[in-house]
Design a protein around this ligand. Structure first.
Ligand SMILES: Cc1cc2nc3c(=O)[nH]c(=O)nc-3n(C[C@H](O)[C@H](O)[C@H](O)COP(=O)(O)O)c2cc1C
Length: 201
């Protein structure tokens, strides 16, 4: 199998990191260079990355997560997912998983470069490249949108983002505490049709 496909097929959300594991700036730069090679509408390249290493800022983001999770986020997720997914999300927020990540990269969209309607579709491909490039270097990541969708203004204020930058994701990054098993995914053929929706693949 090609190396890229092997990385894609093994990549999954990591929510427990080695607290002593280092992520040097040179690796962050390699990962970001892969991220910015993503496509974007009209080649607008509207992404903004804020690399957060400071313990104070990470703790402040963690407090927002706890507030959102206990104020209804947990119930919302519980009502929509299976026990395994719920336990995974809960472990990140309430059992110290995200807190063990040495780095949080907040990904935003510069709305002066892209209309808001195109912002998600122009920013998330870069986020996906980020996850794959990090996996290729042996790092664990978790892409999250809960924090940035619930707490746009507090995240802006904490990171000094102007109103023109919309926070869209927080990616947790670090050395994984342990090797994760393979991702659980439905086969692609279950969601694929030939010519029209009445003809499953
Ligand atoms: C758009 C998007 C938003 C996500 N938001 C969150 C989140 O807010 N919190 C979280 O813990 N994981 C979040 N995730 C990670 C998913 O829960 C994870 O990709 C999914 O459960 C598959 O898990 P696996 O990679 O371990 O197989 C998000 C993933 C995506 C693609």
């Amino acid at each position: 199998m090609g190396e890229l496909r092997a990385v894609m097929q093994a990549q999954r959300a990591c929510r427990r990191f080695d607290p002593d594991g280092d992520v040097p700036d040179r690796d962050i730069e390699l990962i970001l260079d892969a991220a910015v090679h993503a496509p974007s509408a009209e080649n607008s390249q509207p992404w903004v990355f804020v690399v957060v290493r400071s313990a104070e800022a990470r703790a402040a983001l963690s407090e927002l997560w706890t507030a959102g999770w206990t104020a209804g986020g947990a119930e919302f997720v519980r009502s929509r997912t299976d026990d395994k997914v719920y336990a995974d999300l809960d472990s990140g927020i309430m059992r110290g998983g995200f807190a063990s990540a040495p780095i949080i990269v907040v990904v935003g969209a510069d709305l002066e470069r892209v209309p808001e309607a195109y912002a998600p579709s122009s920013v998330y491909p870069a986020a996906q490249n980020f996850l794959l490039a990090a996996a290729d270097l042996g790092y664990g990541t978790c892409l999250t949108t809960g924090l940035t969708s619930m707490y746009v203004e507090p995240v802006r204020e904490l990171l000094a983002l102007p109103d023109s930058v919309l926070p869209m994701a927080a990616i947790y990054l670090g050395q994984p505490e342990r090797r994760l098993g393979p991702p659980r995914r439905r086969p692609a053929t279950e969601s694929t049709y030939r010519e029209h929706y009445k003809a499953p693949w």
